[in-house]
Ligand binder design. Structure first.
Ligand SMILES: [Zn+2]
Length: 137
């Protein structure tokens, strides 16, 4: 295997292409738009027939927002470190801002998660990218 799981994790944490490690996952002219393909190796990040793939990244973003931000704010208020009023303001603002700030990472982490479990699907490892369900793979 040319690309190891450790490399897939490193590339996912740094928002790089899981196939060739180029920093091409996101468009340079936009904060939130993912490139459809890698500029260096032509690896398809998004596929026409697999539109729901990145819904998992939204679930990941939601979970991290709750467990990484909202629950700690709730505990700070519960143990009287901050007032309830401050906690409500923090939670209200954070529930909008935190997912936006974590958006790029959630996309990259979701891609990393997929190829961590299916590294043989990477073209660099002899695969042909993500495969659809029901096709025997
Ligand atoms: Zn690439």
């Amino acid at each position: 295997m040319n690309v190891t799981r450790a490399q897939i994790i490193t590339r996912g944490l740094t928002h790089c292409c899981p196939n060739c490690a180029a920093p091409t996952l996101f468009r340079r002219d936009s904060l939130f738009r993912i490139n459809p393909r890698c500029d260096r190796c032509d690896f398809a990040f998004e596929r026409q027939d697999d539109e729901g793939f990145f819904l998992g990244s939204m679930s990941l973003n939601y979970g991290v927002t709750i467990m990484g931000f909202l629950v700690p704010v709730m505990f700070l208020a519960f143990f009287n470190v901050i007032s309830v009023k401050v906690a409500i303001i923090l939670a209200s603002v954070g529930a909008v801002v935190f997912p936006a700030l974590f958006y790029r990472s959630s996309r990259s982490w979701w891609l990393m998660n997929y190829y961590f479990f299916f590294p043989h699907h990477l073209p660099a490892n002899g695969g042909d990218g993500r495969r659809g369900e029901g096709r025997g793979d």
